[in-house]
Design a protein around this ligand. Structure first.
Ligand code: ADP
Ligand code: MG
Length: 610
């Protein structure tokens, strides 16, 4: 066969395979066109999963009569004119392929009216064969109707799935776009029934409308900027995790993308607080100068390439990590904007609900009430748990706490309220302005110890507590070999972690010092577990890559055991600590450490006021 140029229509049909491989991709292109045209109201109507009919009506700027023909031509666009334009492209479309591709594989009608015209014009294309323009009636904007998608390309049509599956994909495409443009109203109809209607809203409200109240209730809203970059959005708290990646939306300059770099940075920010087989949920937006990102990497434009990927990765990781680490009080403060839109209706107790947060900072209030104790506590990261808790049992503190309890208003000032009892040696019950707070004592304490250990290791000062009498224990060959190897190689890993161990005999090890924070723990079991981790990870990785797991093991030993009786003062000390500790809302394994049962919810359980 000789080499020949392909006919235009065939080129479009080939392109259609990439740009519009199924109704959902055609819908995505049409929606993007409507948004590029500045529409504030976009209505979608589908029949049979979009295969029979796919109709998008908008109130945007419209297409001029003399441009209607061009709109259907391949590589015809009003959005860029030069390579420079492409580098700074701010519109969603720019390739000028979508309408031509769709027109080549369907029966398409474009009806449009600009503000200059006194009636609309319509152009019809049948498998790419364009008929002459005709006048039409339309108030404003553009209506594009696509019938019988792939009627002339049976091979492609064969790949289509069941109507309900195709509709599902259309719905996802619709949701992605709706999430990115809260300032635009959207309606989606399928087979004559309205399946979604979103009014113009704030970003938080739109997230709630699209993803539901369960998600928005458990989400943190944040907004971070640095030179030329902005990263903001709504990220679910780690306790609201998923077993799949469905609730993960990332956008770059308003465009939905699937990007490995973004996904990796986000995953890392969650890593510390999420169990590894669970997936976080989020809707996140990165905004940057268009010249810093290449959007022309893939025909469907869902992939991007960053000029300086590392800087973007760092910025995203830090912004999100910070948002997720915000102590209890701050999280609730941030989540407030979203919550103000919620209906008061509450069905059953929820995790970590919004808490009232009065104008006073918990830290400063804490300091006024507990004076220098608070300051001492933060300085003495190395203080043992129990000794730390005992500080609060001092007479002086006791009277202060007593005064506080007598003063009703005071309880309002602590997000987690005041302890009233310990339940079966496992839970702390506390009263706050909203109602009842239930805390998993061990999980909460473990988290606090973990964060303290991390801080201490970061500052290279996990304080050591030498033991008056070294503790010796029977060790196996591998444990002894590990210590010998570490001593002979000059590794200071153990020391950095706050331990001093020595080999007494081929079957005995001695513990000479342990981290001060952990001196109340079962020291032998602690040392054994630490050795086990060191052996598994290797001494250097235990302090780098595997550092958090290492510290997790240690924190677990440090945390108060169940069935240990705590005084009210000790419980309050723990609550105050939780309020000022990063990521205290969940334990190291991503389980919640506390939850709120509001008065409303209790009233409901008892059917009060009914
Ligand atoms: P692109 O979006 O890449 O420019 P398309 O094939 O999607 O290419 O659209 C071709 C042109 O048709 C657009 O550049 C735009 O000028 C015009 N157009 C398409 N849809 C609309 C719409 N809903 N409202 C106004 N203009 C539109
Ligand atoms: Mg387009």
């Amino acid at each position: 066969m000789r080499i020949q140029l392909l006919p235009d229509q065939l080129i479009s049909q080939i392109a259609a395979g990439e740009v519009v491989d199924r109704p959902a991709s055609a819908l995505k292109e049409l929606l993007e066109n409507s948004l590029d045209a500045g529409s504030t109201d976009v209505q979608v109507a589908l029949i049979q999963g979009g295969i029979k009919t796919l109709r998008v009506a908008d109130n945007g700027i419209g297409i001029r009569k003399e441009d209607l023909n061009m709109a259907l031509m391949r590589h015809a666009t009003s959005k860029i004119a030069s390579l420079e334009d492409l580098e700074s492209v701010a519109s969603l479309g720019f390739r000028g392929e979508a309408l031509a591709s769709i027109a080549s594989v369907s029966r398409m009608q474009v009806t449009s009216r600009t503000s200059e015209e006194n009636h609309a014009w319509r152009i019809t294309a049948n498998g790419g064969e364009v008929a002459p323009l005709e006048p039409a009636a339309l108030a404003e904007g553009t209506v594009i109707e696509v019938q019988d998608l792939y009627f002339n390309t049976p091979a492609r049509r064969k790949f289509l799935k069941q109507e309900s599956t195709e509709f599902g994909h259309c719905e996802s495409a619709f949701h992605r776009i709706a999430l990115s443009k809260p300032e635009v109203a959207f309606t989606l109809q399928h087979n004559g029934k309205v399946s979604a209607r979103y009014l113009q809203a704030t970003p938080q409200k739109r997230v709630q409308d699209v993803l539901g109240k369960d998600f928005s209730d458990e989400a943190i809203f944040f907004d971070e900027s640095t030179a030329g970059l902005r990263f903001w959005g709504v990220a679910a708290k780690p306790t609201f995790n998923r077993h799949n990646r469905d609730t993960q939306y990332t956008y770059v300059n308003g465009r939905f993308v699937r990007d490995k770099l973004l996904a990796h940075a986000i995953r890392q920010a969650y890593q510390d607080v999420l169990h590894h087989d669970r997936h976080p949920a989020y809707v996140l937006f990165l905004e940057c100068d268009p010249s810093l990102v290449d959007v022309n990497v893939h025909p469907s434009k869902t992939e991007v390439r960053f000029r300086d990927g590392q800087a973007i990765h760092r910025f995203i990781f830090h912004s999100l990590h910070k948002a997720l680490a915000a102590p209890v009080g701050q999280i609730n403060q941030q989540v407030n904007p979203a919550n103000t839109f919620q209906a008061p209706e509450v069905s059953y107790p929820k995790y970590q609900a919004q808490m009232p947060f009065t104008a006073r900072e918990p830290q400063s209030f804490y300091q006024t009430m507990f004076g220098d104790l608070a300051a001492r506590n933060s300085q003495e990261a190395g203080t043992s748990t129990d000794r730390f808790l005992q500080q609060f049992s001092s007479e002086n503190t006791e009277t202060r706490v007593q005064n506080l309890l007598e003063n009703e208003d005071a309880t309002l000032n602590f997000p987690l309220g005041f302890a009233i009892a310990q339940l079966h040696g496992v839970y702390i019950l506390a009263q706050n302005a909203e109602g009842l707070v239930v805390v998993d004592m061990h999980a909460a304490h473990e988290r606090i110890m973990y964060e303290r250990l991390k801080n201490a290791l970061d500052c290279q000062q996990i304080a050591m507590q030498p033991l008056l009498l070294p503790l010796s224990f029977q060790a196996d060959k591998l444990e002894v070999a590990l210590i010998e190897e570490m001593l002979s190689s000059g590794s200071d890993a153990l020391q950095q972690l706050g331990f001093e161990l020595a080999v007494l005999s081929p079957t005995t090890l001695a513990i000479r010092a342990v981290p001060m924070m952990l001196q109340e723990a079962d020291v032998v079991r602690l040392a054994r577990d630490v050795l086990k981790d060191l052996r598994e990870f290797g001494a250097s990785r235990a302090l780098t890559e595997r550092r958090n797991e290492m510290l997790g093991t240690m924190a677990c030993h440090a945390a108060v055991r169940a069935n240990r009786h705590l005084t009210i003062q000790e419980m309050n000390a723990l609550l105050r600590d939780m309020e000022t500790t990063e990521r205290s809302g969940q334990c190291n394994h991503g389980r919640p450490t506390w939850f709120q049962v509001t008065m409303q919810e209790l009233d409901k359980m008892f059917m009060r006021g009914k």
